[in-house]
Design a protein around this ligand. Structure first.
Ligand code: GDP
Ligand code: ZN
Length: 328
């Protein structure tokens, strides 16, 4: 095997239990993992008292799956459209989540690697945005060092949500770009395409906001294909991603939807670092009376609370900070 040959590099774009579909030189290959990589699957034996359960869980446990969607891998061909992944190349970004295993330590589960952009998708109305959830997505993207583009769909329903302009302004002031779109009228769809073009984007957001309709508006049939990928499965299992797929965009770029995914990236975030992941708070960190040991809660002389009082930090964003802080 010649693993120095650049031609043997492929991108993982589909994952089902134990199988990885990679794209290389315009072709698709159905790959398994080399035992060299597979060995890492063995160490977290789930329940030593039950052999059958152990074997099943080891197969299902994706948090120790060394391969993620978006990974660039080296492979060897086995003929017949099949191959074997022999090496995962270093990731330039990764979106991970903590995968706790009962009775064990918490593992890192990389969901998507090498992404360039996170798109939290919400709707202006039906349902109205849950800003706390948006904050969670934004923090996760910040933790992964990825830029976010907030997408708000159902712009045609603006009349149903009179408070919206004021609320979204909070995010614009922080510096997040916001795109208002309507899958129904097509407004904003061209801008969305331009934002996606040439990038590997990750969509986050709950069902019902119009992701399927929006993807269909971007590229005929795309929404339906994305929806067919075991919609919601990623969020159901505590620590399994049974099926995930990245779709090529016909105008260039690729896109992964993560249905039901509540969080990424709060993996490896220490409580005292959380304020850095709120861009409007970052500058105040270290300015508190208790310096870096301030939790920005009830401490006297807290620079962040002062900024909330002064109106330069939104109380809603501060609430989100406190809520996330509780979890860390
Ligand atoms: P998903 O669950 O996020 O994939 O959302 P769907 O695309 O299935 O849409 C959910 C509901 O919202 C459906 O009834 C759609 O017709 C509706 N919908 C989607 N986009 C829009 C939009 O831009 N405007 C309005 N008014 N309704 C929309
Ligand atoms: Zn403070």
């Amino acid at each position: 095997m010649n693993i120095n040959d650049e031609d043997d590099i492929a991108v993982v774009f589909r994952k089902t239990l134990g199988h990885y579909t990679v794209r290389a030189r315009g072709r698709e290959l159905d790959c398994v993992l080399s035992s060299l990589i597979h060995k890492q699957l063995i160490f977290p034996t789930a329940d030593p008292t039950s052999l059958r359960r152990t074997v099943r869980e080891v197969r299902e446990i994706d948090h120790v799956d060394p391969v993620a969607i978006g990974d660039r891998v080296r492979y060897v061909e086995a003929g017949d459209g099949r191959g074997m992944i022999v090496e995962v190349l270093p990731r330039h970004t990764k979106l991970s989540r903590p995968a706790p295993v009962p009775g064990q330590r918490v593992f890192e589960q990389v969901i998507v690697s090498n992404a360039d952009l996170v798109l939290p998708v919400f709707s202006l109305a039906n349902p109205t945005p849950r800003w706390g959830l948006l904050d969670r997505y934004l923090v996760s993207a910040e933790a992964a060092d990825l830029p976010s583009l907030i997408v708000i769909n159902k712009l045609d329903l603006a009349w149903k949500n009179p408070g919206f302009d004021e609320e979204i302004e909070i995010y614009r002031r922080v510096g997040y770009p916001v795109l208002l779109v309507s899958a129904i009228t097509g407004e904003g769809v061209e801008e969305l395409k331009r934002a996606l073009q040439g990038r590997q984007s990750v969509l986050v957001g709950k069902s019902g906001v119009g992701k399927t309709s929006l993807l269909n508006a971007i590229q005929p049939g795309l929404g339906l294909r994305v929806k067919a990928v075991g919609a919601g499965e990623i969020g159901k299992g505590r620590h399994t991603t049974t099926h995930l797929e990245m779709f090529a965009l016909d105008f260039g770029g690729a896109l992964v939807d993560t249905p039901g995914m509540r969080e990424f990236g709060l993996w490896d975030v220490a409580g005292e670092d959380l304020a850095y992941l709120f861009p409007e708070m970052a500058d105040h960190v270290g300015q508190c009376k208790f310096g870096l040991s301030c939790r920005h809660d009830q401490e006297p002389g807290c620079a962040i609370r002062k900024a909330v009082m002064a109106g330069t930090i939104s109380p809603y964003r501060y609430q989100s900070y406190m809520r996330l802080r509780e979890e860390l």
